[in-house]
Structure formats: structure tokens, C-alpha cells
Design a protein around this ligand. Structure first.
Ligand SMILES: NC(=O)c1ccc[n+]([C@@H]2O[C@H](COP(=O)([O-])OP(=O)(O)OC[C@H]3O[C@@H](n4cnc5c(N)ncnc54)[C@H](O)[C@@H]3O)[C@@H](O)[C@H]2O)c1
Length: 370
């Protein structure tokens, strides 16, 4: 199969769909890979690195979009929808549920679109979303630590403290993938860390994992109110699968917080878990409401494309190879990969996406069995 890797064109996106090492794996499986020139510039992988891995370099995106399977990072942009065609596989993040124009564009193209974010594993987790949650979780504490510095608008607290001066207090709401990695980095910096979650089994796991170095707390309204009033930094890391994030801190509650405290809303890509959040970019990541600094960047992993691209391709590689080796039969063989199928032959094939967009649902189990 011919695999195409375009240069990402979404603003502020420096990741790439396949690293040179991943290209080498496709080539070892007998496939051909065509990479758009400079596609790896954001991860310090020049065209020569891709050539050395066995790829050919194309001067234009059009040549890359002629491939049998296109592997990307971000959802295709309008100028890319028109390059896609029937009997072609698109393998990338799509986040279609809130993006009707893109859904229409993909349906019109006839492409078979497999979305990273809905591929599942045997435990019911989302293995192609997890690496970016790990990155965002770790990054959230770097962001909080920076924004807490006075010149960045924060209250001027060093998270680790110094001998004789107490450390800063970090409150993490949601102890899943993002929350666990945030807690890990905050502990590493020497901060005082509390993690709140609604899942007792998850709190028990965190209690074991951090062996007393993190306080775990069941998340009630009262507990949350008490914790945020004492916090220097709050990390919003909740997820209710398939739903927009619950609003856990109201505007009225901001006045109970310390002036210059920081809210990092990692859940902003699901609508945000603080009432006062709105999406921001890496160029202008923060804004202040009632004296509280908000950091709400919707694509946090894009800030560290080198780490993120490697982490992403490690997770996508087995699925990408299965699609390359077996074509659409890979979807028939593997129900977890089939859960990633969002659009096929002009129809929406993911139930939640179809319901969100109010479009007809075509059952992929039946389509692939046919
Ligand atoms: N901004 C970004 O760049 C970026 C990057 C990656 C992930 N995210 C987002 O971060 C969020 C968290 O992702 P994740 O992978 O850690 O999810 P996850 O499913 O691993 O963890 C979510 C946790 O939230 C808990 N939770 C749900 N409702 C709660 C409530 N009311 N109070 C307390 N805890 C509650 C759940 O029990 C679970 O443990 C998601 O919205 C995800 O889309 C954002």
C-alpha cells in the first residue's frame, strides 16, 4: 500500500503523523511511504531523515493525498477535504461530533475515515487518546508553574517552595490519565498535591501509586469548594465520556480563591470544566477573570511536537500497520479498530458522532460483515 504523510496545515500545529522510525516500520512491512517536504520540520526530522527511513519526498500535498492511506495528526482542513476520495483510508484525529462542516466534507469525499480518538482497547479505554492526555497532564503543571510567576500574572508562588517556606498547593480535579500525570509532575516539583475524583476505585489506585505523597479526596461540591479556596493552582482534568465537561467551578466561586491563583482547564477540548473558561491558543494562552488567571489551551500537546509526535506514533503504529497490511479487512478483523471508523462511503459509522450531528447512523459491524 502507498502511505501518504502530509505536512500539517492547521495553525500552531507542528506535530507529524509518522516519525522517520514509524516510516521505517511501514517500509519493513513492504509498503511505500510518501512524505510531504518539511512535514517533519517541527520535530527536527528533515527530509533526509525520512529518505533514510525509506520514504520518498513529495513537493506538494496533492501528491501525498494521492496515496491509498493518508496518516495525519489533526482533522483535515477544508482545502484537504477535496483532496480525499473513495477507496482511500484517512487515519487521524477527527473530533467530528462538534464539527458538522468537516463531517459533511468527509462524507462528500467518499473516504474511509478512521478516527484516533474513538479506537478502543480491551479495557474499554481509548489507547490513541491516552498518549496526548499523558503529555497534556505533564504539561499542565509546567504551565501552572510558569503562570504562577508574577511577571506572567500569577500570585508569585514557587510550587516547590524552599527550606523554611511552604510549597505551593496544587489541586487536581479528575484522577484519570491527565490528572495522574499532572500529580506526578507536581509531586516531582515538591508541591503539595490533592487529587479529587468521583471514582473510589480510581482514588484507591492513586493512593497506592503515590504512597502517601498525594492526598486523595472524594469529589463533592463541599470538598471542591474547600480545596480550591486553599489552592495556588487548580488543574481541571475531568472527563465524562461522550459528554461535554461538567462545570465544576462557578464564576461566583472565583472570589473565594486566592488572588493570582491559576486555573488550568485541560478539559477545555470538551467544553471546559470551569464556568469562566474559553479556549485559548499557545500564542495567547491565558486570560484573567476576577483576579484568577485562566490557562485554557485546547491543543496543549502541540507545544511539544517532538515528544508528542513520538508518543502518538508509538500508539498509532500497530493500528496503522494493520490497516496498511490488510486494508478494510483490518476493520472487519478488529472490533477495537472498527470502533475508530467514523465515516465510510459517505455515511457516518459511529453512533455517538451520528447522534451528535443528528445524521443517519450506518452500523460498521454490518458494513464490514457485508
Ligand atoms: N487541552 C488539551 O490539549 C487536552 C489534551 C489531552 C486531553 N485533554 C482532555 O483532558 C480531559 C481528561 O482526559 P483523561 O484522558 O485524563 O480522561 P480520563 O477518562 O482518563 O479521566 C477522567 C477522570 O475524571 C473523573 N471525573 C469525571 N467526572 C468527575 C467529577 N465531576 N469530579 C471529579 N472527577 C470526575 C473520572 O472518574 C476519571 O477518573 C478530557 O476532557 C480530555 O479530552 C485535553
Amino acid at each position: 500500500m502507498l502511505i501518504g504523510v502530509p505536512k500539517e496545515i492547521k495553525p500552531d500545529e507542528f506535530r507529524v503523523g509518522l516519525t522517520p522510525a514509524a516510516v521505517g516500520e511501514f517500509v519493513a512491512h513492504g509498503h511505500k511511504v510518501v512524505v510531504e517536504t518539511n512535514a517533519g520540520a517541527g520535530i527536527d526530522a528533515g527530509d533526509d531523515a525520512y529518505r533514510a527511513a525509506g520514504a520518498t519526498i513529495a513537493a506538494t500535498a496533492r501528491e501525498v493525498f494521492a496515496a491509498d492511506m493518508v496518516v495525519k495528526v489533526k482533522e483535515p482542513q477544508p482545502s484537504e477535504w477535496t483532496e480525499l476520495r473513495p477507496n482511500q483510508i484517512l487515519f487521524t484525529y477527527l473530533h467530528l461530533a462538534a464539527d458538522a462542516p468537516q463531517a459533511r466534507g468527509l462524507m462528500a469525499s467518499g473516504v474511509t475515515a478512521v478516527a484516533y480518538e474513538t479506537v478502543t482497547d480491551a479495557k474499554g479505554h481509548l489507547p490513541l487518546l491516552a498518549p496526548m492526555s499523558e503529555v497534556a497532564g505533564r504539561l499542565s503543571i509546567q504551565a501552572a508553574a510558569t503562570v504562577l510567576e508574577k511577571p506572567h500574572g500569577g500570585r508569585g508562588v514557587l510550587l516547590g517552595g524552599v527550606p523554611g517556606v511552604p510549597p505551593g498547593k496544587v489541586v487536581v480535579i479528575g484522577g484519570g490519565v491527565v490528572g495522574t500525570q499532572a500529580a506526578r509532575i507536581a509531586v516531582g516539583l515538591g508541591a503539595q498535591v490533592t487529587v479529587l475524583d468521583r471514582s473510589l476505585p480510581r482514588l484507591a489506585e492513586l493512593d497506592d501509586l503515590f504512597a502517601g505523597r498525594v492526598v486523595t479526596r472524594f469529589s463533592t461540591r463541599d470538598a471542591l469548594a474547600e480545596e480550591i479556596a486553599a489552592a495556588d493552582a487548580v488543574i481541571g482534568a475531568v472527563l465524562v465520556p461522550g459528554a461535554t465537561a461538567p462545570k465544576l467551578i462557578t464564576r461566583a466561586q472565583l472570589s473565594t480563591m486566592k488572588p493570582g491563583a491559576v486555573l488550568v482547564d485541560v478539559a477545555i477540548d470538551q467544553g471546559g470544566c470551569f464556568e469562566t473558561s474559553h479556549p485559548t491558543t499557545h500564542h495567547a494562552p491565558t486570560f484573567v477573570v476576577d483576579g484568577i488567571v485562566h490557562y485554557c489551551v485546547a491543543n496543549m500537546p502541540g507545544a511539544v511536537p517532538l515528544t508528542s509526535s513520538h508518543a502518538l506514533t508509538h500508539a498509532t503504529l500497530p493500528f496503522g500497520l494493520a490497516l496498511a497490511d490488510h486494508g478494510l479487512a483490518a476493520l472487519a478483523r478488529d472490533p477495537h479498530l472498527r470502533n475508530g471508523l467514523n465515516v465510510h462511503n459517505g455515511r457516518i459509522t459511529h453512533r455517538a458522532v451520528a447522534e451528535s450531528l443528528n445524521l443517519d447512523f450506518a452500523d460498521p459491524d454490518q458494513l464490514m460483515a457485508a
